[in-house]
Design a protein around this ligand. Structure first.
Ligand SMILES: [Zn+2]
Length: 74
């Protein structure tokens, strides 16, 4: 089965992230869902996909800026 295509190829930059226990979370700039990510967070790229269940996620790409702020809630 072919991979579903991302909603956009555009990589959007995120400037805020938060902690969720030992993990980190950001808000997807494409679909506004909160997604869990693994560190190191700053300067890393992530694709929003397969979060929790297969097929979930918008598959959009995001890039966490090097000076992203750690906030209480994204
Ligand atoms: Zn998304």
């Amino acid at each position: 089965m072919a991979e579903p295509q991302p909603v956009t190829d555009e990589i959007l930059t995120v400037h805020r992230f938060s902690r969720d226990g030992a993990d980190f979370v950001v808000r997807c700039p494409h679909c506004k869902d909160v997604i869990g990510i693994e560190g190191p967070v700053r300067g890393s790229q992530y694709q929003h996909r397969y979060v929790g269940r297969p097929g979930a996620g918008c598959r959009g790409w995001l890039d966490v800026s090097y000076d992203a702020k750690l906030v209480e809630e994204v």
